[in-house]
Design a protein around this ligand. Structure first.
Ligand code: DGT
Ligand code: CA
Ligand code: CA
Length: 571
């Protein structure tokens, strides 16, 4: 069982208990446990099975939670959770996703008004029943109706690339207004989290009304959901929602810190403030009522004896310990990338020729690429058998003789078959410069089977790297069930590299496991998996994910010059 599933069960438990009106301390304990578990690179299942005593040494996990984890691992669920699920319908839990409706209101709707489904809720709101209730009113009824209409979309988190494109466009347009002085993205999008719940932007302005009018009329904006003196919430045509906040100049840095989050990072900042006799909020850092700092993020961090911390690592995972140990990493940047080692051509399912891909990469300033078309198992993509692959490599040699200033590696993206063998024989693989081993089929196999397949590939001396390890497609297809601790350890032992696939739907391996890989000294390569020349552009998203993992230039192998990279290849 994956950590994410165990974490999800604790989240669900907390949600259900909250609707029941349980003690907030217990809820917090479950939610903290969920966070600890989902942030852990080691398999909780392994720990629970092999060394259950160690569970209690995890942050926020006491005896009771450790027992619950063991129960989940053994039986797949918790009796308590099952009972609650029988008592509280799933639709009632979904109501928590309606903006402005908290657990107290949901509990009231459920127990006092006997609303058991979203359809019940819609009917009650339409018939005016909700508006009559104390603490609800016409406005809330309206919010509920709007929320219901978009629940499916609002409940869905949006992939970073899609969210950021919309945020960038709106910021770009608002920036040109005379009424806007400063403007910045904030929230999870600024932290480059792989999915975004809603967009947050922050401005300073001498005419907030004019900016809000402009946002309301922006072509990407569909509906104004709420508008006040300093805050506006809109729904974009895509269904994604955006908060705009207007702050004063002397508070801009403090507000940016606050609204960039994460909440967990901010909690630590507030604690540090208290320890210094200060109070931190979105308006600034105060001693008594006197503003000490707040104009820029740097000012606020400095007052708290901290360097400026890049938004990507503001998750309270490693940043504060890193500062303490004087090891805050200098995060990798796109301009440091010197090669792209996963791409396709017209030989399989790409749309460009070898030469076109090489020229596209050269135009980006890269020194080397690998052409890695599919192996034969991927029939849908016209995958290559040994004969066609050898001919393809000949074609690569020919292109290489015609183009200078870029090295083209003869590669292959070779499937690890369902039975654990490689899709192409060793003698063929031995002729390649670069072999990416991947899972495409049988992703739903048991953890044992998946692990065995990956271990076979790692132990194969011709395999250079594991590509898009988990096989997930964000928001669409879950990860294969794999034991990361075992796989990463084997990679470290055998000198097998790991890919961060930069495709916005993949971002695989993710930030947590990339951080673990760095810790183990496994070289990481950020690849685009481009199927067209344009596809080479997504490198940035892989770099964002690497930054979230705390990776520096030295941790990422394709920042090396061709000369240095060649040395690594020989190893
Ligand atoms: P998202 O939208 O779910 O992808 O994640 P965020 O991080 O963008 O969260 P959001 O939009 O709810 O709020 C933006 C930031 O504002 C968040 O990262 C931290 C801050 N914030 C919001 N609500 C609270 C709160 O209740 N307490 C604290 N400390 N910070 C908050
Ligand atoms: Ca947000
Ligand atoms: Ca927000």
């Amino acid at each position: 069982m994956q950590n994410s599933e165990i974490a999800r069960q604790f989240e669900e438990l907390a949600d259900l208990l909250e609707i029941q009106g349980a003690n907030p301390f217990r809820l917090r304990a479950y939610r903290n446990a969920a966070r600890t578990i989902s942030g852990l690179p080691e398999s909780i299942e392994d720990i629970a099975k092999n060394t259950p005593k160690e569970l209690q040494s995890l942050p926020g996990i006491g005896k009771d939670l450790a027992e619950k984890i063991e129960t989940i691992v053994e039986s797949g669920t918790l009796p308590q959770l099952e009972t609650l699920k029988e008592e509280i319908p799933a639709d009632v839990v979904r109501m928590l996703n309606i903006p402005g409706i908290g657990p107290k209101k949901v509990a009231f709707l459920f127990s006092e008004l006997s609303i058991h489904s979203l359809d019940d809720l819609k009917a009650a709101a339409e018939q005016g029943v909700i508006a009559e209730q104390k603490g609800f009113g016409k406005k809330t009824a309206q919010i509920i109706l709007e929320g219901l209409e978009h629940l499916s979309q609002a409940g869905n988190r949006v992939r970073l690339a899609d969210a950021k494109a919309q945020s960038d466009e709106i910021i770009h347009d608002l920036q040109t207004l005379d009424s806007v002085q400063q403007i910045s993205e904030a929230g999870s999008c600024r932290r480059r989290k792989e999915t975004v719940g809603d967009l947050d932007i922050l401005i300073t302005s001498n005419a907030p009304g004019a900016v809000m009018d402009a946002l309301a009329n922006h072509p990407l904006v569909n509906t104004v959901l709420a508008r006040g003196e300093t805050k506006q919430r809109v729904r974009l045509n895509s269904g994604l929602e955006m908060d705009l906040r207007v702050v004063s100049e002397e508070s801009y840095g403090a507000a940016l810190l606050y609204f960039t989050g994460s909440k967990e990072h901010n909690i630590v900042l507030r604690r540090r403030s208290q320890e210094r006799g200060l109070k931190l909020n979105e308006y600034g850092l105060f001693r008594k009522d006197k503003l000490v700092s707040g104009k820029t993020e740097e000012d606020v961090y400095q007052t708290l004896d901290l360097p400026w911390i890049p938004p990507e690592i503001r998750e309270n995972r490693m940043e504060f310990t890193a500062v303490e140990e004087n090891k805050l990493p200098e995060l990798i940047e796109l301009k440091q990338i010197r090669g792209d080692l996963h791409m396709h051509t017209t030989a399989t399912d790409g749309t460009a020729s070898i030469l076109e891909m090489a020229e596209g990469a050269k135009a980006k300033g890269y020194q080397y690429i690998a052409i890695t078309d599919h192996s034969k198992r991927v029939t849908m993509a016209n995958g290559l058998d040994a004969k066609r692959l050898r001919a393809h490599w000949k074609a690569i040699e020919k292109v290489q003789s015609k183009i200078s200033g870029i090295q083209i590696l003869k590669g292959i993206e070779c499937d690890i078959l369902e039975d654990g063998s490689m899709d192409l024989p060793d003698d063929v693989l031995s002729e390649a410069d670069w072999v990416i081993a991947v899972l495409h089929y049988g992703l739903k196999q048991s953890q044992e089977q998946i692990n065995q397949r990956l271990l076979n590939a790692i132990q194969n001396p011709h395999v250079s790297i594991l590509g898009h390890l988990s096989g997930r497609l964000i928001g669409k297809r879950p990860s294969a069930d794999l034991n990361y601790s075992e796989i990463l350890k084997a990679c470290a032992d055998h000198g097998t590299m790991l890919e961060i696939n930069a495709h916005p739907m993949r971002l695989d391996i993710d930030d947590i496991h990339a951080a673990k890989a760095k810790e183990l000294g496994i070289p990481i390569v950020i690849n685009t998996d481009a199927h067209s020349v344009k596809g080479l552009d997504v490198m940035q998203y892989g770099v964002y994910q690497a930054r979230r993992a705390g990776l520096s230039k030295k941790d990422v192998a394709n920042t090396k010059t061709w000369k240095q990279f060649q040395k690594l290849l020989k190893k």
